[in-house]
Design a protein around this ligand. Sequence first.
Ligand code: HSE
Length: 436
Amino acid sequence: MKTVAIGIIGYGTVGQGVVEVLARNAREIERRSGYQLQVKRVAKRSWQGIDTSALPFACDTDPFAIASDPDIGIVIELAGGEHPAFEIIKTALEHGKHVITANKALIARHGDTLFTLAREKGLELTFEAAVAGGIPVIKVLRESMSGNEVKRVAGIINGTSNYILSEMTQKGRGFADVLKEAQALGYAEADPSFDINGTDAAHKITILASLAFGIPLQFDSVYIEGIDALTPDDIQDAAELGYTIKHLGLAVRRDNGVEIRVHPTLVPQDALIASVNGVMNAVQIQGNAIGNSLYYGPGAGKLPTASAVVADLIDVVRELNLKSEDRLAEFGYSQVLDRNTLPVLPPEDFNSAYYLRLTVADRAGVLADITRILADNGISINSVSQKNRHKHNSYIPLVLLTEKVREAQMDAACAQLAALPAVSGAVKRIRVEHFG
Ligand code: HSE
């Protein structure tokens, strides 16, 4: 049987998982790929504290030595971060190696440059592990949905935020306490602010939007809100209205462009995606042929992420003997046709229903003033409730749900509402998404 030599850059949780999966499932992988996959060299910044004599590969500290080694056929980049990961992958491609990466930030921000280089060199650059770890959602969008015009992708794609929101919702726990636990469980990013402020989910939805619509990667155009401004009151009020708050990544096709956004969202409690709790991820894809389909699974972790990396590895090996023009393009769109030119819409053109929470003076005529402002801005009200339990110094929270509205109209209405003498402080607004 023929052998392919593999170099791995990064021997943290996922790197060790890849080595473990390749060893544990070696026979099955050989049967599926027709090749023996041999990990020949692994790079790690420092091997201190690890018994390298027991490892069946050469232990390096210089990733570039592996990326340029003529004996290595495939490089797996698991270093993370943008630099030097970008330079490592570029070096590997320039030296004629296929590359597999789990690096979402790198693909979201520099993917188009690297894919162009890979194509010029007739090589593959694959990234299944970059989004939702153990859920094969890249393959689903690139291959299984290719008979559809994709209308919407909506995902719980950051396990740490989902874990925090689930614990806050189900157990009434505090934000900081739950975050510490998520870090201890190994799900949070090295810099957990990327989980909390929505950056990690934005990297992932950037990639999913390009797969769904065949548009260039446009991380800088993604609208991003994290979970940091949510309060236990928002979670409780949403529950009383029949909704659960989830942090979603959304890519939505409209007639005039696409919305790509990441934010806390009220989701009806009876929607399947509302029951996705803890660190689990889920992605719901709506296509004009399939309707709605939902994919659920672990979004991170040693073996689920390794499972995605090894699946990519087997795909690359299966196509080793194909001419580059016969290989599937990275996003599944023909390389000879222009990419879709649908623009990414600015936030003022988004279209969404809303939850609004205002603190208002409890006196006659206030509700009338509020509904007048909403009506003047063309906003239809779905429900209004007054939270008497929170009355404080004659001020009371008022919670409204609206129908869908263009965001520019909601911006104008919120500015006018905040200027009313009877309204105290800012107007809290959270988008609402329905899953019919
Ligand atoms: N920090 C990420 C998460 C890990 O919480 O989902 C997987 O990308």
